[in-house]
Design a protein around this ligand. Structure first.
Ligand code: SF4
Ligand code: FES
Length: 286
């Protein structure tokens, strides 16, 4: 997604003052959003109850800018990742527009076909940020041919399991392990389509790593790639985090929740976004 192209839907205005050190307000889809000194657009919007779609952002972790789902239009002049762009006084930010949503759908559709996502059989269904984002952006099908990559499942840990089929390489577990747990259990390795999540342990498996069930990294995954064992259906289908209403309608965050708490684990089932795909969106432009 280019940073140079204009953002349709955003009014073309003069560039605002950039003295973000003093804080101030900006507008987000017409709503006034206050920000504190040093806050990014996403942080301020999140705090003010205006969710911006995101996958690789977490309020307790440093900036990444990896997924690009949070890209917004700024001042009608450029696109920018809301999670890494400082809020500026007087800025005019567009979060939801047909073009931005179409671009997000495209990103999501690429993520779905790059991995193996079968929502009806995933224990994270209803609690998954990828699934919820796809619903919120109106994704109706995979658009691209699925890669169906061969990826391993690691069940060597006594309390946790790692299903890399579902990993979207958001790096949240990598950053959580480094920044909060101080362990460096995870890393990203490889290039291009071979990029994958690595476990830092003698045999590369979770069971011999330093990961513990109450580590922040163990509960931060926004999808169902890192899950606790023996915890299915603790929260019934229909009562999970994203079941009652879309994120945008609730004004909350879809940020991953951190350490696995009792009652957090999602049971198998739920409605399908990935895997059993609905109709293709071959005519959609993005
Ligand atoms: S395992 Fe989860 S948190 Fe870690 S990179 Fe993959 S999707 Fe992100
Ligand atoms: S790039 Fe901003 S949330 Fe991922």
């Amino acid at each position: 997604m280019s940073n140079a192209a204009p953002a349709p839907g955003a009014a073309a205005v003069a560039a605002p003052a950039t003295d973000a050190a003093a804080g101030g307000t900006f507008t987000l889809d017409g709503a006034e959003v206050p920000f504190a000194p040093g806050e990014t657009i996403l942080q301020a919007a999140h705090r003010a109850g205006h969710p911006i779609p995101h996958l690789c952002w977490h309020e307790r972790l440093g900036q990444s800018g990896a997924c690009r789902l949070c890209v917004v239009g700024v001042d009608g002049e450029r696109f920018a990742a809301a999670c890494t762009t400082p809020a500026a006084p007087g800025a005019v930010v567009v979060n939801r527009s047909p073009e931005l949503d179409a671009r997000r759908r495209l990103l999501l559709q690429m993520l779905f076909v790059e991995g193996n996502h079968f929502c009806p059989s995933c224990e994270k269904s209803g609690d998954c940020l990828l699934q919820q984002s796809a619903y919120e952006m109106g994704m109706l099908g995979p658009r691209f041919e699925e890669f169906y990559p061969q990826r391993p499942v690691d069940a060597s840990h006594p309390q946790l399991w790692l299903d890399t089929n579902r990993c979207i390489l958001c790096k949240l577990c990598v950053r959580a392990s480094r920044e909060i747990d101080g362990k460096d259990v995870f890393a990203i390795g490889g290039h291009g389509i071979a990029t994958r999540l690595l476990v830092n342990s003698p045999d590369g498996r979770l069971g011999t790593s330093r990961l513990e069930a109450d580590d922040f990294a163990a509960g931060v995954c926004p999808v169902g790639a890192i899950l606790p064992k023996r915890r299915g259906f603790v929260v019934p289908i229909g009562a999970r985090r994203f079941d009652p209403a879309p994120l945008a309608a609730r004004g909350g965050t879809g940020g991953a929740k951190g350490p696995v708490a009792a009652g957090d684990a999602a049971g198998a089932g739920g409605t399908a976004v990935g895997g059993s795909a609905e109709g293709a969106e071959s005519s959609e432009s993005a």
